[in-house]
Design a binder for this molecule. Structure first.
Ligand code: AR6
Length: 175
């Protein structure tokens, strides 16, 4: 796992993960940037998918992006934290990782799902992201590399801190 501060539409990875909405028909934020960079073929492919429930993920081609695929996931809208948001956010990461593994993908870059328009507090979201990805990678050979692609410096710092905190966790298995 690594952290980069970048525009996710510039990354030449196997797949980038989009923070979409349930319609999968585009929007603002990273979703808008991905659709603009990918071109109209992406919207056409998304239309055929018929939407995606919160916490799940769908895969499309990358069209004009340097990434070969886009995995679209729908994060929870933050409602205070007692409406299942952490479980739904973790499910987004796991669903995207499972699709990447199914498609034999090596390198996957995540945007910080739900932390923009959907209002999920960025520090808590970074911990869910890093812990969930770490747990998945322990049990699965693919993907081999996961990049947390952060748009801002503070977001990148939060993901680096969450990664550093992993190193201090006591393993829950007996040696
Ligand atoms: N590259 C990487 N990260 C980005 C980029 C980019 N080009 N642009 C924004 N971010 P958001 P959400 C970061 O709002 O909260 C859309 O309208 C941004 O700084 O894009 O899951 C959808 O259609 C933030 O940290 O997604 C939905 O309706 C993170 O991406 C809704 O917004 C996510 O912010 C989804 O909201």
């Amino acid at each position: 796992m690594s952290v980069v501060q970048a525009d996710i539409t510039t990354l030449g990875v196997d797949a980038i993960v989009n923070a979409a909405n349930e319609t999968l028909l585009g929007g603002g934020g990273v979703d808008g940037a991905i659709h603009r960079a990918a071109g109209p073929g992406l919207l056409e492919e998304c239309r055929a998918l018929g939407g995606c429930p919160t916490g799940q993920a769908r895969i499309t081609g990358g069209h004009r992006l340097p990434a070969r695929f886009v995995i679209h996931t729908v994060g929870p809208v933050w409602q205070g934290g007692a409406a299942g948001e952490p479980l739904l956010l973790a499910s987004c990461y796991r669903s995207a990782l499972a699709l990447a593994a199914e498609h034999g993908l090596d390198t996957l870059a995540f945007s910080a799902i739900s932390t923009g328009v959907y209002g999920y507090p960025a520090p808590q979201a970074a911990v869910v992201a890093v812990d969930t990805v770490s747990g998945f990678l322990e049990a699965s050979p693919l993907p081999r590399h996961v990049v947390f692609c952060c748009f801002s410096g503070p977001s990148a710092d939060l993901h680096r801190e969450a990664l550093a905190a992993l190193a201090f966790q006591v393993p829950d298995r007996a040696p």
